[in-house]
Design a protein around this ligand. Sequence first.
Ligand code: GDP
Ligand code: IMO
Ligand code: MG
Length: 421
Amino acid sequence: MIDVILGLQWGDEGKGKIADYLTPNYDLVARFQGGPNAGHSLEFEGKKFVLNTIPSGIFRKNTLNLIGNGVVIDPVRLKEEIGRIVNECPDYSSRLLISKKAHLILPTHRILDAASEASKGEAKIGSTLRGIGPTYRDKIGRSGLRVGDILEADFQKRYDSTVSEHLKQIEFLGYTQFDLEAEQKSFFEAIEFLKTHQLVNSEYLIHDMISQGKKILAEGAQGSMLDVEFGTYPYVTSSNTLTGGVCTGLGVAPKHINKVYGIFKAYCTRVGSGPFPTELDDEIGEKMRQIGNEFGATTGRKRRTGWLDLVALKYTCMLNGVDDLIMMKGDVLNGFDELNVATEYSINGEKTSQVPANLCSTDVEPVYQSFPGWSSDMNLSAGFDAMDDSFKNYVEFIEKYIGSKISVISMGPGRDETLSR
Ligand code: GDP
Ligand code: IMO
Ligand code: MG
């Protein structure tokens, strides 16, 4: 049986914190898509970690962690990431499994990402420049290299031929700002390091665990509005971030998917380019950014901020088949006088509660409902019922609008700042 936890907005909802919080209930935590474009933050016992490719269950001693076939892995970044956690988890390698079918991000994928963004100018996606798009492009184009390939005798030959193809594309784009020799040196060192890990046929492993009645948590990366099919295309990432991605990203049949937890912030953020109907380009948005520390966990980029968008949230709950909602960062709105929530979009004067097919070329005006703010010193210690009425009213309005229960509320980055209802 597999439960899923994924982001319902544009990423950075707090998936890392909640995956870590839920992990004690699971035997395995598995990433099924994305790669080191993700930055999942975890805070406990006064320590803070940011994970990019490693699943967020790694700090709990009784749980296995799998980097699934749907993930794209940069061996260099993975090695660095392991370097950041190894003191905390000296036994990490006994609990970290890596699918042989996961695709490799090569140095030239990263360079191609940069070259492609530079060539787009103003129209750039705002990619994290981790090589995600070019790696998935090669996967779909049937010319990618996979983790299992590093164990084959012809790996170097296949690497060289892929790189020579990439160099033609990079030259065509007129991009010259890179030092391939240095990057290749770290890449091959990291490949040797990768070989010392448990490289597995993960689809069999998961299948066996399911047969034995073990509990698995699939941890999404990015967010549903960044999904390559249903997000704000082309301003999206290159993977399927929705529940559907769990099946292809881990090799499991839909019938094994049990509960879907959808995570959202009590407001909205987005990093990179693309439509964001409820964006606040003013002092309220700046206040959210400062209080919420809305700067990228990996790239340090400023996140754009705005009011909660229930039209988009309801859409992504529908796409994912969300059972339970998890609301994050309610504390960031503590002490705001008034809050707005978008309940409809107005398009050419017509109101709709549907996200238009092409949000990028549609002029959308959010229709807001206002709510009184709650007190500035609210916390979870006395339980939900004892909380400020305005807060309860906000939570219950969202539940009613979406038609799902908010089963977990997070009011701070730490493990203990979490309320299960
Ligand atoms: P992820 O990518 O979905 O895992 O989210 P990120 O880690 O990129 O961004 C979430 C940020 O919010 C991190 O800095 C977390 O430590 C922090 N965070 C998570 N939950 C809460 C919360 O309830 N309140 C506050 N103030 N911060 C939170
Ligand atoms: P987590 O898992 C927020 C955004 C980038 C860019 C677009 C495409 O931490 O929530 P890519 O590098 O994938 O080609 O970038 O997607 N993006 C994210 N935004 N959180 C993430 O991950 C993201 N991963 C990618 O900013 O707009
Ligand atoms: Mg993040």
